[in-house]
Write a protein that binds this ligand. Sequence first.
Ligand SMILES: NC(=O)c1ccc[n+]([C@@H]2O[C@H](COP(=O)([O-])OP(=O)(O)OC[C@H]3O[C@@H](n4cnc5c(N)ncnc54)[C@H](O)[C@@H]3O)[C@@H](O)[C@H]2O)c1
Length: 353
Amino acid sequence: MENKTLILSGNDVNKILETYGLNKLMDTLIERTTNSIKSYNPEKTEIPIRSGFNYEINDPGLVEWMPVHKKGDEVVIKVVGYHPRNPVKYDLPTILSTISSYDTTTGHLKGLVDGVLLTALRTGAASAVASKFLAKEDSSVLGLIGCGAQSVTQLHALSRLFDIKKVMLFDVDKTTMASFSNRIAMLDLNIEIVSSSMKDILNICDIVCTETSIDVGTGPLFKNLKTNDHIHINAIGSDFPGKVELPLDLLKQSLVCPDFLEQAKIEGECQQLKDSEIGPDLSELVKHSETYTSAKNQRTVFDSTGWALEDQIVMDLFLDLATEFGIGQEIAIENISEDAKNPYNFILNTVSV
Ligand SMILES: NC(=O)c1ccc[n+]([C@@H]2O[C@H](COP(=O)([O-])OP(=O)(O)OC[C@H]3O[C@@H](n4cnc5c(N)ncnc54)[C@H](O)[C@@H]3O)[C@@H](O)[C@H]2O)c1
């Protein structure tokens, strides 16, 4: 039986993006994410709440695993590290990750792919899908609170669905804010970019993405600030118990839509809400969008904790494109003995033990 594993390194992922095109990739991912959510059936695709290890030594951080089981097909598991001191101390991204896919007929590891860029892409795509159903169609001013790695793909994804004319930035780190224009230059967007205050962002912007590395127990990001009455917020950074970005009064004034309800109640903005205060989840929103059209004219929040389904969608897309373009390396990682019942079979009879 085939026992090769397709490995896509960071370089391979970059090559796929260059070959296919950045915008086309984001468009395809948004489309696949919408379609997969539309056809998502929990009877056929099992997604348990993620689990992991959280620690303070050497630096505060965590390593988590996010599994998804597409019955009769594959198990995809993303292992993701969150280490907010990485950029300053080690010149590394805050989020490091790899995604693996296992064949459920034999358990064979089919693919192993970089998860750093894939996580940023799928998180952007998820916000775009949620915003399509929750934000005003003519949204043109975007606010980014937290201007690190995720903010780049949030802007990219949203710019594919909305005619964004202006981006207003806020980050506690002024250097990060100042470097944002350079980091998005390759997107070739004709937009005005201004540094701003959270007060103005919440007052003016049609769509706001919060993607900060706020520490556990120190949120929310702001209190007692007014928001306009049609604001849509993609809250990305609340993804751990005790880590929240938005104040309770704003959540209570908004239709709050979690990506994955059970997880959001433990790790997302929904930690702060009673069940009765939580709106439809992303799957309900996408499947029955006609029920929620009025949401576009009110305050809405997409509570994005990170859904393993999104990892499976982006992994499958990259495996498909790698096969189409002949990119990546096939390696026989698993030790397959000629005699399935003798793991020592490879040792020649002449070798002494
Ligand atoms: N929901 C998801 O699926 C998902 C996916 C990836 C990352 N995330 C989360 O998104 C957040 C950002 O990730 P990243 O990869 O962009 O990290 P990053 O380290 O690249 O950027 C985070 C930025 O937030 C800024 N920041 C920290 N506290 C702030 C505050 N109080 N106000 C304003 N800015 C503040 C930092 O200065 C930094 O520039 C993290 O919390 C991460 O856990 C969520």
